[in-house]
Design a protein around this ligand. Structure first.
Ligand SMILES: *Cc1c(COP(=O)(O)O)cnc(C)c1O
Length: 227
C-alpha cells in the first residue's frame, strides 16, 4: 500500500470508530436519537479532512472565522449538505462575516455580541442557528455565560434581540471530572425549554452523551493531533 492510500484510509477508519462509539454510548444511555458528530477540523491538514468528507461526514466545527473561510470557502459547491459550525469565540467585528459563513454559531456569550447579531440580521444578514456558551466552571480565561446568569441572558435574547437559540454549549474545565458540568448544562437547557446540547470532545464525548449531548465536538480523536 502506498503511503498516500494509507493516509487516506486511516482517517476514514477513525471516523467509523468514532461513529460506532457514539452509537454505543447512545444505546447504553437508552437515547432514542443518535447524537450528531461535529468533526472539528481546526488546524488540520486538508489531507486528513477530505477522506472523512468523502466517507460521508458533513458537519464540521471550526474555531476561527478566517481559518474556516480559508479551509472551507471553496467547498460548499463540491459537498452539498455541508454544515459548518463556529465553536470558538466570536469577536463583534467578525460577526457579520460569521453570520454569512456559518450554519451554526455555538458561542453566543454576551449582550454586545447579541446586539451586533440582531443589528446585522436587521440589515439583511442571514441568521444561523445559535447556541449559548455556558462557562460552567466559571473560568476567567474562558468564554461563556456564568450558570447563574443563563436564565436572564436567554430571556434578554428573546425579549430584547428577538434571538432564539436552539441550545447550550459548554467546555468543562480541563482539570475537573466533566460529568457534573454536563449535568448542569443539561439542567439549564431543560428549564429554559432548549433541546440542543453541544457537549463532549475527544476525551469525554461518551460521558457527554450519557448526560444528554445532542452533538459532540470531536477533533484529535478523529483527525490526530493538531499542528
Ligand atoms: C478544539 C475544540 C474541540 C475539539 O477538541 P478535541 O479534544 O481535539 O476533540 C471541541 N470543542 C471546542 C470548543 C474546541 O475548541
Amino acid at each position: 500500500m502506498t503511503s498516500d492510500v494509507a493516509a487516506a484510509l486511516e482517517p476514514t477508519l477513525a471516523w467509523r470508530a468514532i461513529l460506532n462509539r457514539i452509537a454505543a454510548a447512545a444505546k447504553a444511555a437508552n437515547r432514542e436519537s443518535l447524537p450528531q458528530l461535529v468533526a472539528v477540523s481546526k488546524l488540520q491538514d486538508w489531507a486528513a479532512v477530505e477522506p472523512v468528507l468523502q466517507a460521508g461526514q458533513r458537519v464540521f466545527g471550526e474555531n476561527r472565522v478566517q481559518e474556516a473561510k480559508g479551509r472551507w470557502g471553496d467547498q460548499r459547491l463540491t459537498w452539498p449538505g455541508l454544515e459548518l459550525r463556529l465553536i470558538g469565540p466570536l469577536q463583534t467585528n467578525k460577526a457579520r462575516e460569521a453570520l454569512e459563513f456559518f450554519d451554526v454559531i455555538e458561542t453566543l456569550d454576551r449582550d454586545r455580541l447579541a446586539e451586533t447579531i440582531a443589528r446585522e440580521v436587521a440589515k439583511g444578514a442571514p441568521l444561523p442557528r445559535l447556541y449559548v456558551q455556558v462557562n460552567t466552571g466559571e473560568e476567567p480565561q474562558k468564554a461563556g455565560i456564568a450558570p447563574r446568569e443563563v436564565d436572564a441572558f436567554l430571556a434578554r435574547l428573546r425579549r430584547d434581540y428577538d434571538l432564539h437559540p436552539q441550545g447550550l454549549m459548554c467546555i468543562p474545565p480541563a482539570a475537573d471530572l466533566p460529568g457534573p458540568h454536563f449535568a448542569l448544562t443539561a439542567k439549564l437547557a431543560e428549564r429554559n425549554g432548549l433541546t440542543a446540547l453541544s457537549m463532549g470532545m475527544s476525551g469525554d464525548f461518551e460521558t457527554a452523551i450519557r448526560f444528554g449531548a445532542t452533538s459532540v465536538r470531536v477533533g484529535s480523536a478523529l483527525f490526530g493531533a493538531r499542528a
